[in-house]
Design a protein around this ligand. Sequence first.
Ligand SMILES: *Cc1c(COP(=O)(O)O)cnc(C)c1O
Length: 371
Amino acid sequence: MARPVKYWSYLEGYAQSRGEILAAVDRVFSSGRLILGNCGAAFERNLAAYCGAAHGIGVNSGTDALFLALKALGVGPGDEVITVSNTAVPTVAAIRAAGAMPVFVDIEANTFLMDVARVAEKLTPRTRCLLPVHLYGQMVPMAPLLELAKSRGIAVLEDCAQATGASQHGRKAGSLGACSAFSFYPTKLLGGFGDGGMVLTSDAELAGRLRRLRFYGMERNYYSVEEGFNSRLDEVQAAILDLKLKTLDAQIARRREIASLYDRGLAGLGDLRLPACGEGNVHAYYVYTVRTTRRDELKDFLAGREIGSQVNYPTPIHRMSGYAFLGGRPGDLPVTERVNAEMLSLPMYPEMADDDAAAVVDCVREFFAQG
Ligand SMILES: *Cc1c(COP(=O)(O)O)cnc(C)c1O
């Protein structure tokens, strides 16, 4: 008597808030201003205040948030940016779009996050920026990175695409680096109904530069003071995201409840390792990722019972043919590669029922009981 469980879905959430969401869409359509209007400006203020930054600049996507932040920080051709290879491709696509080169540092095996102790080894005279990725819903240890960056006079750009609302020692993701980049891709912790992104910064000069860069390099209409781009957060998405921001903390609390159901139900099974939480972190569980040497078998077993799961991500970027020009070889990043072969993310979204989590637990227990 199996109970199917989807890996992720927005449909239950939409059904619950449909009236409010459609009213927000109607407010935008009826406002008389469809581009860079009041909804976008309000959401910029609200997300910046929520995260503890002074300024928010809404853009088209998380990728653009990273790209424009790098441009605003002056990162370009000839520069190196230190990041990780187990991130989503957009982190690296943004570095390349800015004309710079990504340099990969290995990860820490228990948290899957950048191994901050190894960042110094990767510094060269060309290093211009450190780009920690707060993967899976928790923050990279920031204190050592901020100290290293300060001593070298380089910038820290936080990739917060998977960590909106996560915190470390009481500070929210996105409040610590010179700039931080957020994505509102639908699956994300704060997800829209389409694409969207934002850069946060507490530096007024960087904020001004970012506002120009997203608007053809203009401060006033039809006059570019520098070369810019078109990358704006859509008013409709901003209005919906502003609504959803109000329930973000409750949604994260619900994700943490589901995670604790998994933690209790899955402890001590075979070689299964449960996700670790870094020191001082409040984990927002964008995904709940376990490790086992029997990953592919487990994934197939779950699929056979109509339980969704996903590998985030199937191939580290230094091993992708599209990035072969970076010269990555097998064995370059041993921890990244080992973890990559063993990890599996289980169903996780706030509208999941306790019974859904229990069905996942039962299925994983059955898999390991069969030996
Ligand atoms: C989703 C994501 C991005 C990019 O976001 P888009 O809005 O899809 O462009 C960047 N970095 C990470 C780590 C992500 O997960």
